[in-house]
Design a binder for this molecule. Structure first.
Ligand code: C2E
Ligand code: CA
Ligand code: CA
Length: 653
């Protein structure tokens, strides 16, 4: 059909003026040319035609005609368009990417100024996305991102732009805001739609997100600033516990600039060695013996005084400087502990806080071993404190690394326990020695029964797993007593000692060791149990196995007197019903010989009269019933030792 026709017919109704002009000019100048024409097939579908036109001269050099070569380049053209799209869109979700967002944002800002409207930006960041990616694989992660995209897209209007600017970071641009009040509603709807359950690998999970909102005001110089502001607000939403939104506020900028100046100050602090290491004692809950020292970083800034680690550690972590600082802390703490042992001031582990960034490094363990060697410290004298969040990051890898540390002989404590998300089944798999109950739970333990219940539960669970429990931030007697009742193993807090400089720590230890020796000499705690039934004695001993007492047992009053003669016994628990001599009678005799002892009767039947009589005569201090409640009995015996200590203190004075 085309034969013999001017190829102009391919151009259809609309001519591409520019290309045609290029062609005409080339013909006038008798030159070659190459143009791309929009051509149409017989069925009116478009195809891209690359036309190459060349003049053909005769022997005299006159142009007699032209040769044209046409190539259908539609496929190539489509590919180019795709590339252009990819440069401005995210491949996975098909959403605009950061560079397209930037274009649209500045466009919107221009238009909004003209029409006195506002532009809003919502910065949406999924919570805990990394965990999904790490634990369920990247394919599941991709699936989540696509799902979230479609859920948000379903909520927005045609003029809005949803873009994905990084891993799990989405930015929603709302170009024409008439009423600010509608934005929280929008944010709320986004949070709700994201929170609908998702099924991944047959497992139902719930996602949440944190959202920061910013709205253009007058003073914007650079449109992308809006995104930065929304980003800051999003970080605030994360800090507030996630699954929520926050408006951007100017203070957030100040915070940012404060962090920036902290950053440069930190650099200087490292170079000029401005840091110092303080130590806070940890003590046994029952004997108050020293069981450890936690190393805590201090930064006495030349002008600003002490800057809190809570303030500068996060900045050091963000900038990676924590690796260098943390290494310094490790060396310093090991060297100090070695010294303490040389001087025989202590032989307990020093606990060092470890940042996740240090732990994640592949050379971490080797470097640690080297530090121990150089500082000549045995591995059992080093404990590492890791936070829950660190442990959740890459579970299998973390577990393997912890095992290697354990094999070296280094002990491991989990810091700030209770504030993160550790599941019990997961804890079971970790080779850890200690849990540190966070200060948040200890603070109000005496008045808030929920905090008390949490502490009790943590302690009971840890003991099931053979893990010791340290309570942090113990500030008074009441807290210590209540935690002691819940069988907490160790304490750390201002009630016992504040963090101290190295010199002060040495001083403290000198004094503490002497005081402790004195206490111990005078306070060997010995308990005598008398019962004619062996199995009862067994049960009692078992029940008391974690208590610090020396427990003596015997099955008759006669044996009991022998033991009393041989040992310095403070508390006696006797059965009431025994063949040769009953309990009250036995204790009456003990009272005459050893009046200082605290005497308790354990009785299955209530011969109230004789027991009351014995109590009234001061022969027995208390009457306990069989069968007993383990906890109550343990408490009663502790109270009896306390009472003994109290009465001897009085006679001392
Ligand atoms: P943390 O590991 O939970 O440390 C315990 C914090 O509680 C310390 O605060 C300590 O001074 C404080 N504290 C101890 N007893 C009491 C008490 O009875 N009452 C109250 N109110 N507070 C008490 P500090 O020294 O300000 O350290 C804060 C956090 O900074 C630490 O929390 C730890 O997470 C981090 N940190 C400190 N030193 C280092 C370090 O060398 N490396 C790393 N990565 N982090 C560190
Ligand atoms: Ca700690
Ligand atoms: Ca802590």
């Amino acid at each position: 059909e085309a034969q013999g026709r001017n190829c102009r017919f391919l151009q259809g109704q609309q001519r591409d003026g520019l290309a045609v002009k290029q062609m005409r000019d080339a013909i006038t100048l008798r030159q070659e040319c190459s143009v791309v024409l929009k051509n149409y097939r017989k069925d009116n579908s478009l195809f891209w035609n690359n036309l190459f036109l060349a003049p053909v001269p005769d022997e005299r050099g006159d142009i007699t005609h032209y040769i044209g070569i046409q190539t259908d380049i539609t496929a190539q053209k489509r590919y180019e368009q795709e590339l252009a799209h990819n440069a401005s869109h995210d491949l996975l979700t098909g959403l605009p990417n950061r560079s397209l967002l930037r274009d649209r944002l500045s466009q919107s800002c221009n238009i909004s100024q003209r029409y006195a409207q506002k532009v809003a930006v919502l910065f949406i960041d999924l919570d805990g996305f990394k965990l999904i990616n790490d634990s369920m694989g990247h394919l599941s992660g991709d699936e989540v991102l696509k799902l979230v995209t479609s859920r948000i897209v379903a909520l927005i209007r045609p003029g809005d732009t949803l873009s994905r600017i990084g891993g799990d970071e989405f930015v929603l641009l709302v170009p024409d805001v008439q009423d600010d009040e509608l934005l929280p509603q929008l944010a709320g709807r986004i949070l709700t739609t994201i929170a609908e359950p998702v099924t991944l690998q047959g497992q139902e999970i719930q996602l949440t997100a944190s959202i920061g909102i910013s709205v253009s005001g007058s003073e914007l110089t650079e449109p992308m600033q809006l995104v930065q502001q929304a980003d800051l607000a999003m970080c605030r939403a994360k800090q507030l516990g996630r699954n929520t939104y926050q408006w951007y506020k100017a203070e957030m900028d100040q915070l940012l600039s404060k962090q920036l100046s902290l950053k440069s100050m930190l650099r200087k602090a490292i170079d000029q060695q401005e840091f110092e290491l303080y130590y806070q004692p940890q003590v046994d809950a029952v004997t108050n013996e020293l069981v450890g020292l936690e190393a805590l970083l201090r930064w006495p800034h030349p002008e600003q005084g002490f800057i809190s680690p809570e303030e500068f550690i996060p900045v050091a972590e963000d900038t990676g400087m924590i690796v260098e600082i943390g290494q310094w802390v490790l060396e310093q703490a090991c060297a100090f502990n070695y010294q303490l042992q040389q001087q025989q001031l202590a032989s307990v582990p020093v606990a060092v806080n470890l940042s996740s960034m240090q732990f994640q490094r592949s050379e971490f363990i080797e470097q640690l071993q080297q530090t121990l060697t150089v500082q000549r410290l045995a591995a059992r004298y080093l404990q590492l404190e890791l936070t829950e969040s660190l442990l959740l990051e890459n579970i299998e890898y973390v577990i393997e690394k912890l095992h290697r540390l354990k094999q070296l002989g280094i002990s491991i404590a989990i810091d700030d326990f209770g504030t993160g998300y550790s599941s019990l089944s997961y804890l079971k798999r970790l080779p850890i020695d200690k849990l540190k109950i966070d200060r948040d739970f200890v603070r109000d333990i005496v008045t808030d029964k929920r905090d008390a219940a949490i502490c009790r539960a943590i302690i009971a669970m840890a003991h099931q797993l053979d893990v010791k429990v340290v309570a942090e931030g113990v500030e008074n007697d009441a807290q210590a007593a209540l935690l002691g009742k819940s069988l907490c193993d160790e304490f750390q807090g201002y009630h016992f000692a504040k963090p101290m400089s190295a010199a002060d720590t040495e001083q403290f230890l000198r004094y503490y060791a002497a005081k402790q020796q004195h206490r111990q000499a005078g306070s060997q705690q010995t308990l005598l149990l008398v019962d004619d039934e062996d199995n009862i004695l067994h049960a009692l001993k078992r029940l008391l196995r974690k208590e610090p007492y020396t427990v003596l047992t015997c099955t008759s009053a006669k044996q009991a007197f022998e033991l009393l003669a041989l040992h310095d016994v403070q508390v006696i628990v006797s059965d009431q019903r025994m063949p040769q001599m009953n309990g009250t009678e036995f204790l009456r005799q003990v009272k005459d010989m050893y009046p200082e002892t605290i005497r308790l009767v354990l009785s299955g039947y209530t011969d109230l009269r004789s027991v009351t009589e014995a109590i009234n005569q001061g022969a027995i201090y208390k009457f306990l019933t069989k069968p007993w409640q383990d906890n109550e009995l343990r408490e009663e015996i502790r109270a009896a030792f306390k009472r003994y200590a109290g009465q001897t203190q009085q006679t001392d004075r």
